[in-house]
Ligand binder design. Structure first.
Ligand SMILES: [Zn+2]
Length: 267
C-alpha cells in the first residue's frame, strides 16, 4: 500500500496524472512555512474534482497526496532547471511570486528532503512508469495526460494574462504532432476560451520524461488557467457554474485523444 498517492485503474489506454493538487504537508514543512504560504497558494486546486468524469471514460487516474511544497513531482530528481528564467525547483524555496517559502532557519534538512524523494517522488514515478508499460502492453500504445492548473496572473513567471488552455508537448517531442493538432482543434472550437500550444508552458518533467512517441507513448501537459473554473484568490473556491463549460472542453480533449489513438493504432 502507498499513502502518498491515490490510483484507480481504468480500461482505456489513457493515464491522467495529477501531481500538484495535493494538500498534505510533512510535519517539518508545515512547521516551517511562512504565513503567506500556509494557505498553499500555488496548488493546482480542485483538479481531481474538475476531471471527475474521466474514470467514466475509462481512464486510469493517479493523484498525488502531498503538496508541491514538500517535493515537486514534476521536476527531475537531479533538479536540473526546466525553464530558462524564473522557475521553482524539486524542493521549492519560494512561492511563484518569489516570496521565500520557509521562515529563516526552517528549511527542511537535506536528509529529510532525501527521504521525501524516496518516499513521495519515487513511488509516484514508479506508478506512472508501470501503468504506461501495462497500457502499452495491452493496447499497443499509451496516452499520458499530465493535468495542471495555475493562476492566470503570475508576473514573476509570465507577462499579462495566461491563455486558458496551455497545451505542452515539449515542442512536439513528447507526442505525435497529429495528436497535438487534434487537441489544438478542439481548443480552437471551444467558444470563449483562448489557447496556445508550447507557449510559456511546454510540459514539465513528467511530459518530457515519459513522452516517447517513437515507442508509442504520447504525453501531453495541460496547464489550465484557474480563472476558467475557480476564484484565483483565497480561499480558492471552486465555481461550479464557471467550471461546467470548462469541464466540457476537457472531456472533448480527452475524447479527441482517445479517438486519435483508435484511428492511429487500429486493432
Ligand atoms: Zn502544476
Amino acid at each position: 500500500m502507498n499513502d502518498t498517492f491515490t490510483f484507480s485503474q481504468g480500461s482505456v489506454p489513457l493515464l491522467i496524472s495529477v501531481p500538484h493538487a495535493g494538500l498534505r504537508l510533512t510535519e517539518a514543512v508545515g512547521r516551517g512555512l511562512v504565513e503567506p504560504a500556509r494557505g498553499l497558494p500555488d496548488t493546482d486546486w480542485h483538479i481531481p474534482r474538475l476531471y471527475d468524469f474521466a474514470q467514466a471514460l475509462g481512464a486510469s487516474v493517479l493523484v498525488a497526496e502531498y503538496s508541491r511544497f514538500v517535493i515537486d513531482l514534476n521536476r527531475p530528481d537531479d533538479d536540473k532547471p526546466l525553464y530558462a528564467g524564473a522557475t521553482t525547483g524539486l524542493y521549492p524555496d519560494t512561492l511563484f511570486d518569489g516570496t521565500p517559502l520557509f521562515q529563516p532557519g526552517q528549511v527542511p534538512a537535506a536528509q529529510q528532503r532525501a527521504h521525501y524523494l524516496e518516499r513521495v517522488w519515487r513511488p509516484y514515478h514508479q506508478q506512472i512508469a508501470s501503468e504506461l508499460a501495462r497500457l502499452r502492453e495491452i493496447h499497443g500504445y499509451a496516452l499520458l495526460w499530465d493535468a495542471h492548473s495555475i493562476c492566470s496572473h503570475v508576473p514573476r513567471l509570465f507577462d499579462g494574462k495566461l491563455p486558458d488552455f496551455n497545451l505542452g508537448t515539449f515542442n512536439n517531442a513528447s507526442c505525435a504532432p497529429e495528436l497535438a493538432g487534434r487537441l489544438e482543434q478542439v481548443c480552437a472550437e471551444a467558444q470563449g476560451y483562448s489557447h496556445v500550444l508550447n507557449g510559456r508552458f511546454k510540459g514539465g518533467h513528467i511530459t518530457r520524461h515519459y513522452g516517447d512517441p517513437a515507442h508509442d507513448i504520447h504525453a501531453v501537459q495541460l496547464e489550465l488557467g484557474q480563472a476558467t473554473y475557480m476564484n484565483e484568490q483565497p480561499p480558492f473556491d471552486y465555481r461550479p457554474a464557471l467550471a461546467e463549460p470548462t469541464r466540457e472542453v476537457l472531456r472533448r480533449l480527452l475524447e479527441a485523444a482517445l479517438a486519435w489513438g483508435r484511428e492511429t493504432y487500429p486493432r
